[in-house]
Design a protein around this ligand. Structure first.
Ligand SMILES: Nc1ncnc2c1ncn2[C@@H]1O[C@H](COP(=O)(O)OP(=O)(O)OP(=O)(O)O)[C@@H](O)[C@H]1O
Ligand SMILES: [Zn+2]
Length: 582
């Protein structure tokens, strides 16, 4: 008798061999999981991952070696895992789980799905697929030393979206734009600065209309792209750290600031000759002159070596981008008397990096397999239930930091208010007269509600749809303001039906007229969804609350959202151009 049969029994071992399972993600958790599954007797596994192997993955994604760098994670993971059990049938796809191949019918062929993902968006999508296909999902996640595993089953347990995902610290936009007092504010500002100079300029929080007479002093310098790179870099530097700061000091913008900023005057700097290459390690602090030099050098290098200016996106692993952000953030920190930080520390903040701990990934992947055993045993024995037999297990550091505590708790019931698994109607409050359907589709339906290919209807009239066989002529409705949509437009209390056939998801949104009176012209679309609107109404009864929800850290993404001072709504303003920002 094999070791597995001796441990699990013949019946369960046989069932495990036959069970067809899907693993989504072949990264830190995924590599551990695939190895565990193969060694635990699973012989029919499909693995999907959209990414290729990066050098930075090698320290913990142990199925990969340096000669695999650049190759598909899923395909290499399959090849290496097969060496543990050549009899296993492992199918690998180098694809996004959100593509149409992974339809509800496709998911139905598996007895269970195991997530080993790193982002909320993909997790929401797999959650909906599994609910629709009625296939159990074993969800997992780690953050440094913390980790958790849970099991989701339609109608029996809470789903991934039954509870709002915790969002971390929040900062007001005005703090980022005008009065930073922490390094993180300077880094968020520097990333916006990167977007302003090299990415989608108009999407940057720092962008201002060039025809506006009151625009910031740096705007003309940022747009002077015809200049020679070194002249351009110097202009941008002076615009950001000298002229603009001086201008704001002159108009007494900072009169209430606890520490007065001071501009960095170009003529006071004694920069080393451009060719001087300083040797530094990334944990050392740069001097002011080194920051200036790095700021100028990276602008020149990026401008000279990229045809993609106007489309670049910040990537913490791109050394020029990271050096630029660290230099810009430190210069801003210097201006505002905030302690400067090393490149290494800046990278941690910019990427919101909590180091991945291989051991936590291994523990979590092990727990996933234990839950998988339970689910397969339930299918074999046809008694018990996922809700009672499976557990939500937290992995924490022990109080003395010298070990790990596993804390299994009962799975929760589905939340009757969940708009995903309980299909509850949600309130959507926004300014009907200034918001376009395009903004609702991109910011509310896709970004916030996790929809992939939305269809939008008012009553029985479809006003917009995406996906295969979508009616293309309906795109004419996208730029329309909500009150101008066909069928008389949207009004306060109109019910909008939104559906995503790829996720078997539908939801009714009760539209509420709402205007954020404190709106900043440069801010992103303001809206309140579901409990946010309920809370806002409660706040009206206690009008002292100033809810600030400006910056959320979601997974590895720093996102800046609208400053919302919850006040009595004013009547809708006249339509005006509004920019959207992610
Ligand atoms: N929509 C998706 N479809 C398929 N695979 C996905 C999707 N989203 C994320 N993944 C994969 O999930 C895995 C998550 O693994 P992990 O958290 O270790 O991330 P990583 O990108 O490898 O590491 P790091 O972010 O720390 O550099 C990644 O390999 C990633 O490619
Ligand atoms: Zn739910």
């Amino acid at each position: 008798m094999s070791f597995l049969s001796a441990t699990l029994g013949n019946g369960l071992t046989q069932k495990i061999h036959e069970s067809k399972i899907l693993v989504v993600g072949a990264g830190g958790i995924g590599c551990e999981l695939l190895k565990n599954l193969v060694l635990s007797g699973f012989e029919n596994i499909t693995i999907v991952d959209l990414d290729t192997i990066d050098v930075s993955n090698l320290n913990r994604q142990f199925l990969f070696r340096s000669h695999h760098v650049g190759q598909s994670k899923a395909i290499v993971a399959r090849e290496v895992a097969l060496q543990f059990n050549p009899k296993a049938k492992i199918t690998a796809y180098h694809e996004n789980i959100k593509t149409s191949r992974y339809s509800i019918e496709y998911i139905e062929q598996f007895v269970l799905v195991l997530n080993a993902l790193d982002n909320v968006d993909a997790r929401k999508h797999v959650n909906r697929l599994c609910l629709a296909a009625n296939v159990p999902l074993i969800e997992s996640g780690t953050t440094g030393y913390l980790g958790q595993v849970s099991v989701i089953k339609k109608g029996e347990t809470e789903c991934y979206e039954c509870t709002e995902k915790a969002t971390a610290k929040v900062y007001p936009i005005c703090t980022i734009r005008s009065t930073p007092d922490k390094m993180v504010h300077c880094i968020v500002w520097a990333k916006e600065c990167y977007k302003l100079l090299f990415g989608k300029t108009e999407d940057s929080m720092l962008w201002e209309d060039p025809s506006n007479e009151d625009k910031s002093a740096f705007m003309d310098h940022v747009l002077a792209r015809d200049l020679a790179p070194s002249e351009y870099a110097q202009g941008v530097f002076r615009g950001l750290f000298e002229y603009e700061i001086q201008k704001k000091l002159d108009i007494k913008t900072y009169k209430t600031a606890s520490k007065m900023p001071s501009p960095i005057k170009w003529q006071d700097l004694s920069l080393p000759p451009p060719s001087t290459s300083t040797t530094w390690n990334d944990r050392m602090l740069w001097s002011l002159e080194e920051c200036v030099q790095n700021f100028l050098d990276t602008i020149i290098t990026i401008v000279q070596s990229n045809d993609d200016i106007g489309h670049l996106e910040f990537d913490k692993d791109d050394s020029h981008a990271m050096t630029f952000v660290a230099a810009a953030a430190n210069l801003r920190a210097h201006v505002f008397q905030i302690p400067m930080e090393s490149l290494f520390a800046c990278k941690g903040i910019a990427g919101n990096i909590i180091p991945a701990i291989a051991t936590t990934n291994a523990i979590v992947a092990g727990l996933q397999v234990l839950e998988a055993f339970k689910i397969i045993r339930l299918q074999l024995e046809a008694k018990g239930s996922i809700a009672t037999d499976c557990k939500y297990t937290y992995c924490n550091r022990s109080w003395d930091g010298r070990g790990v505590v596993l804390n299994p708790v009962a799975l929760s019931h589905p939340n009757p208010k969940c708009f995903v698994c309980s299909r509850q109607m949600l309130d959507l409050a926004l300014d009907i007269k200034t918001t376009t359907l395009h903004q609702v589709v991109e910011h509310v339906l896709k970004k916030r509600m996790g929809m992939n290919a939305p269809t939008v209807s008012i009553g029985s009239n479809t006003i917009y749809e995406e996906g295969e066989d979508a009616e293309e002529s309906l795109v004419v409705n996208l730029p329309k303001l909500l009150h101008e949509l066909p069928g008389g437009g949207l009004h306060h209390d109109t019910v909008l039906t939104v559906e995503d056939f790829s996720q078997d998801f539908n939801c009714s949104l009760c539209v509420k007229q709402w205007t954020d009176t404190e709106k900043d012209e440069n801010a992103t679309l303001s809206f309140l969804l579901g409990h946010e609107y309920t809370k806002w109404k409660q706040d009206l009864a206690q009008p002292t609350t100033d809810a600030v929800a400006d910056m959320e850290l979601v997974d590895d993404e720093l996102e800046v959202v609208q400053h919302e001072k919850r006040r009595v709504p004013s009547p809708a303003k006249s339509p005006r151009s509004k920019r959207m920002r992610h």
